[in-house]
Design a binder for this molecule. Sequence first.
Ligand code: PRX
Length: 657
Amino acid sequence: MSDEALANLSTEERRFEPPAGLAAGANLTAASYGDAAADRLGFWAMQAERLSWDTRWEEVLDWSDPPFAKWFVGGRLNAAYNCVDRHVEAGAGDKVAFHWVGEPEGDTRDITYAQLMDEVCQAANALTELGIEAGDRVAIYMPMIPETVVAMLACARLGAPHTVVFGGFSADALASRVLDCGAKLIITADGGYRRGAPSALKPAVDEAVAKVEAEQSGLVENVLVVRRTGQDVAFDQNIDVWWHELVAGSSTEHTCESFDAEHPLYVMYTSGTTGKPKGILHTTGGYLVGAAYTHWGIFDLKPDTDVYWCTADVGWVTGHSYTVYGPLANQSTSVMYEGVPDAPHKGRWWEIIEKYKVSIFYTAPTAIRTFMKWGDEIPAKFDMSSLRVLGSVGEPINPEAYVWYRETIGGSRTPVVDTWWQTETGAIMISPLPGVTAAKPGSAMKAIPGIVADVVNDEGESVPDGSGGYLVIKEPWPSMLRTLWGDDERFKDTYWSRFKGMYFAGDGAKKDSDGDLWLLGRVDDVMNVSGHRLSTTEIESALVSHPKVAEAAVVGASDEMTGQSPVAFVILREAAGDGGTDIVKELRDHVAKEIGAIAKPSKIMIVAELPKTRSGKIMRRLLRDVAEHRDIGDVTTLADSTVMDLIGKGMATSSQD
Ligand code: PRX
């Protein structure tokens, strides 16, 4: 965000009051803040009552060994039972859990809770047959199809933590995650549909399995493959198993056991400041409490009447908490869509909202900005009067996009909840409440009831209203990450060492004159591209692994559509000469291969030198100035100040995008 935009924050005068009808019957009310503040643990215990526990907890929170939290100590439950079986037992078996919409038009499936239960039980029996037991890790690399949810829930049912890897990630990224968490099974599909064509997944899995095999022979015992597209795939009879043969043939009877509240539920890898992604560990009880409470409270969910749709892929944490666990724990009817927003036409999402009468809709600012660009006439063709709450997540939403979303998609009736949270937090932490808050466009407003957030200065002191600093969370919360998989030290260092006794989120934030919060983006070497987290170091490592590259520096430059985009500055090895005419394409493709297409730099500059301090540190600030076409600031600390002239001139004449 520019300095000017920062200065404007406090002068934002628009307020969007909650609609009277919504306010009158809202799930969370103004009193909820007071209730939670008066007895925070009692408030969380009340939220935990939404779940069905086989054994009730003895203690709400054990914080005797910070930052290692134990929530709902002694409690036992099964996450899959809570998401599925109990709703069937309560007589809601015929209720639709998912209106699934495939990308090819007409390819749809409505899945009831009873059907979901049968499929989860079959999958749990199939996994057991493949030798999966409680504690074993299972990697899931799938398109957005019902079997993905079934696979996750089957793992949860068995107490086998899943690690879902976004289908857009490369074979290398999949292999490194499988190795890091020691997954013995990979569940995948032959492919999915993207913009009308089947995309391939299985070849990437085969490549990943070969890589894993080279490092740790015998780790991956099986690959379970869903047939989605019917395209030809290589099939190794020794490890590959067809889902439709094994799962469909399994019994629909499966008795689930309960697990300790702190039993691992899943590991989700996300980018940190180093090249190696971090395995965020979430556990069963606290996570499910957090996901269920926030989904119910922040979206004002009325399970009997609402149709809810979160557009996030389940390969990201938003898909975990707000497509799978939160909605199912709350017995919601949700939409799940396989494809992209513009296939076969740019009104596809709005058509889906009209068809299923979606009432709660949750998406990312980058999508909203894209729709703004495509024009108001596209959503105007559809009847979206069913919508009553809109949500935004993943990156700061600029006020123009917020207002457009509210007016053009929400018909000026719907509150927009701008929800701030992270893979680490497991659930929404800062957000307006749709029935309470007079929301300001662009502000996530306040910590939700039960959460204590603040903005602090370098010394960890709370800043006064009107000032900026670092966002911190001051008290533990149920859905907090418990550690980084296999790396307690990195967990402590990354989140708990910067400010004593506080969780450091890595985001900058400002309190306006009313004390409301404005998120300002990351303060570390993590960038946010279309709401997806990428680390500059990870992309640098990918570039440096190319044989022609000697050194690389990557910065996240502001981008009107995607929030930020990676811009790379690369020094080639001498032996590579000028790298050849296709060097930029070659390097971009290389990054896609190493990490995934989302990490491809939008611009690559081949440079002779990088700006470094006398101690050899790359001055990324200067590179960001160049990438964002700003005047280059103070260069006095540079070892060689002429470097920036050369880079600046190069940037001005480069036209590639
Ligand atoms: O910088 C913040 C940004 O996304 C980061 C978390 O990314 P990830 O773990 O991938 O989770 C994304 C979905 C929850 C945060 O550190 N972020 C997320 N939501 C917002 C946001 N920035 C501003 N406003 C938001 N509403």
